[in-house]
Design a protein around this ligand. Sequence first.
Ligand SMILES: C[S@@+](CC[C@H](N)C(=O)[O-])C[C@H]1O[C@@H](n2cnc3c(N)ncnc32)[C@H](O)[C@@H]1O
Length: 279
Amino acid sequence: MGHGQHRSRSPLFEAAHLVLPYLTPSELAAVAGTCLALRAVSRSINAARSLDASRAMEPSHPIPFLNPISPGPPPLLAVPPYAYFVYSPSRTLSLARSARQPWPSPTESLAGTLGDVEVRVKIVWCGRKGWGLFADQRIEDGQFVCEYAGEVITTCEARRRQAKYDELSSKGGFASALLVIREHLPSGTACLRMNIDATKAGNVARFINHSCDGGNLSAEIIREAGDLLPRVCFFASRGIDKDEELTFSYGEARVGSKGVLPCLCGSPCCLGALPSENT
Ligand SMILES: C[S@@+](CC[C@H](N)C(=O)[O-])C[C@H]1O[C@@H](n2cnc3c(N)ncnc32)[C@H](O)[C@@H]1O
């Protein structure tokens, strides 16, 4: 029996393969520094994470993390491939049985089903904006791209988390993904607020960056017959070419407000400030 085979059968090696995937990149790096066996396990976990963000949960294709800025195999800690992220694919939803409400702009109705991420996408490192979601194939106008999956939390919890996220973001190196949706009555009165936090659990939608020009995706609120809580789904708002970044508008920027992050969308109408939730 070779040395490698012996090591792969040791209880430490087997336990490490079960436990280490739950660690954050920095925790994994710390463990990797303790011995050669754990270093090998950490390397293989990092490599697997970089090859498929969905951990093989999107059946149609893997969703790779790509870093064109410093290409090559990902070093242990260089850019965190969302090690701690809990991936949750969307459940299939029938559009024929759903009420579809444009948010914020109206589009035509479609028939069909929404579910897994079926268009090929990839997660690309964009430097100061962090990671971004890109098309890895041509996407036609109106085509379903993905649902915004995440933890559905109370408004009280959303306020608590947003305050924590704002503090972490102001120090840099942290990207939150807390989406607040408000449904309004025709009178304009808000009737339902839903908070979806995809910061630590969700799907590829949490990598979609903001663009002040509205981007190339439209977000729609979809409610299946009998469901109280709506779901937020992204559709292409125009034809999108392979390798284009997928973006949408996060909302209205609170220009001049304290703690607002600079916007780097690069569009000609950029307001210079990232919209943030005024909880
Ligand atoms: C939903 S996440 C998007 C994915 C994120 N870039 C990442 O690396 O995880 C939202 C965060 O991305 C960053 N971001 C998104 N759009 C941006 C933009 N136009 N300019 C600068 N930062 C942006 C901000 O840090 C924001 O809080």
